[in-house]
Design a protein around this ligand. Structure first.
Ligand code: PMP
Length: 412
């Protein structure tokens, strides 16, 4: 998008020419509490005067954030888990997670999913299914197997809601147990509890649970990548929270840095810790300002009951998008949980043929009118709404008015 930004507050940004835009993608799913949130900025300013680069030493600030994260784990198992800060990007957390799994099990392979996005560093990129990102790079990390995700709108097993028996999850069992599948026993399975860049794909209830169960039966570690769908995006701290399963390792980043400070972390079961101190190191782990911003974001969300607000706004937005789906035949599917939503465009309601070209046109038209959002999907045909969680109904209505106008133009 041809835009040079001047400033931003909440979910509104201004470019250098004075044009205003609605930010409906939280700048890559980061600004859950909104741009330059003043409540969080206060935490940042206080910390800046105290300590900025704390290397990997303990501080009260760090301990506070660790406690807040651990508080989100069910009480019965809470003391089994620990938090380790990784480098500044989400990819750093993914790298740490797969390294830990390999180190613990002594095995090499990792199972990931079609449509996955886990980052751009070599290890994380190997787990990212889109070939476009890996073109011309030769071999990266070996022994990665991609399995079909639980994508109900385009069920890879041709099932409908009624005939579904979670074949997508059972396929993991088949793959692991079939001597002809061509893979040796992997160290771990990594999965996004909601696929983000893959097109906001919300798996069928029970999918994550069954995947985890099969992995456990086969002594394979389970990693949930919550980098995009976590940190209250769905109205719960973690996106997997509805399933009654808890993974061995969770990766986090993005929203954890409050208003855009770089940070990432893994939360993992202490039982799998096989490396000693200084076996996995890095200079910029746990920047104290990022950590303070994370503390601020946690407190802001709790003080203003943002979880409940997210669920309400998400429901409202989803209902409105469903109304648009009933009007426009090229909207094939609308889905969402809290404030992570996807609108999938097709050439016709029956064909389900993806229409990425139409998406491009709608995106351009919305941009011209002042609405910014991301596009993703297995076929690049999904418009993704991931606004800051602090959006109110008025702003949602303004965004939808622009969005509807752009859709309307496409039938003329
Ligand atoms: N995992 C997921 C699910 C993501 O959405 C992303 C970023 N889009 C990453 C990992 C990588 O994060 P980063 O870009 O900070 O390396």
């Amino acid at each position: 998008m041809p835009i040079a930004i001047d400033s931003a507050r909440g979910a509104i940004l201004k470019d250098v020419d004075g044009n205003m835009f609605i930010d409906f993608f939280s700048f890559a799913g980061v600004l859950n509490v909104g741009h330059c949130n003043p409540y969080v900025l206060d935490y940042v300013k206080i910390q800046e005067e105290k300590l900025i680069h704390g290397l990997d030493f303990p501080t009260e600030n760090k301990l506070a954030l660790i406690r807040k994260i651990l508080q989100q784990i069910p009480e019965g198992i809470r003391n089994q888990y620990k938090v380790a800060f990784c480098g500044p990007s989400g990819s750093d957390a993914v790298e740490a997670a797969i390294k830990l799994a390999k180190h613990k099990t002594g095995r090499e392979g990792i199972i990931a999913f079609h449509g996955s996005y886990h980052g751009m560093t070599s290890g994380a990129l190997s787990l990212t299914s889109n070939l476009k990102f890996r073109a011309r790079l030769g071999s990266l990390v070996p022994n990665i197997t991609f399995l079909p995700y639980s994508y109900c709108y385009r069920c890879p097993f041709g099932k409908s809601a009624n005939s579904c028996r979670l074949e997508c999850a059972e396929f993991l069992k088949y793959t692991l147990e079939n001597p002809h599948s061509g893979i040796s026993k992997p160290a771990a399975i990594i999965i996004e509890p909601i696929q983000g860049e893959g097109g906001t794909i919300i798996p069928k209830p029970g999918f994550l649970e069954r995947i985890s169960e099969i992995a456990r039966e086969n002594d394979i570690l389970v990693i949930f990548d919550e980098i995009q769908c976590g940190f209250f995006r769905t109205g719960n701290f973690w996106a997997f929270q509805d399933d009654t399963t808890f993974p061995d390792i969770i990766t986090m980043s993005k929203g954890l840095g409050g208003i855009g400070f770089p940070i990432s972390a893994i939360i993992y079961n202490k039982a799998i810790e096989s490396w000693g101190p200084a076996d996995h190191i890095g200079t910029f782990r746990g920047n104290q300002v990022s950590i303070a911003a994370g503390n601020g974001a946690f407190d802001f969300i709790s003080d203003y009951n943002v979880e409940c607000h997210t669920r309400e706004m998400g429901k409202y937005l989803l209902e409105k998008l469903d109304e648009l789906k009933a009007i426009y035949p090229f909207i094939g599917d609308v889905r969402g949980k809290g404030l992570i939503l996807g609108i999938e465009y097709v050439k016709g309601p029956d064909s389900k043929l993806p229409d990425p070209e139409l998406v491009k046109k709608i995106r351009q038209s919305c941009f011209n009118k002042g609405l910014l959002f991301e596009v993703g999907g297995h076929y690049n045909n999904v418009i993704r709404f991931i606004p800051p969680l602090i959006v109110n109904k008025e702003l949602i209505d303004s965004a939808l008015a622009i969005f509807k106008e752009a859709n309307e133009e496409m039938i003329k």
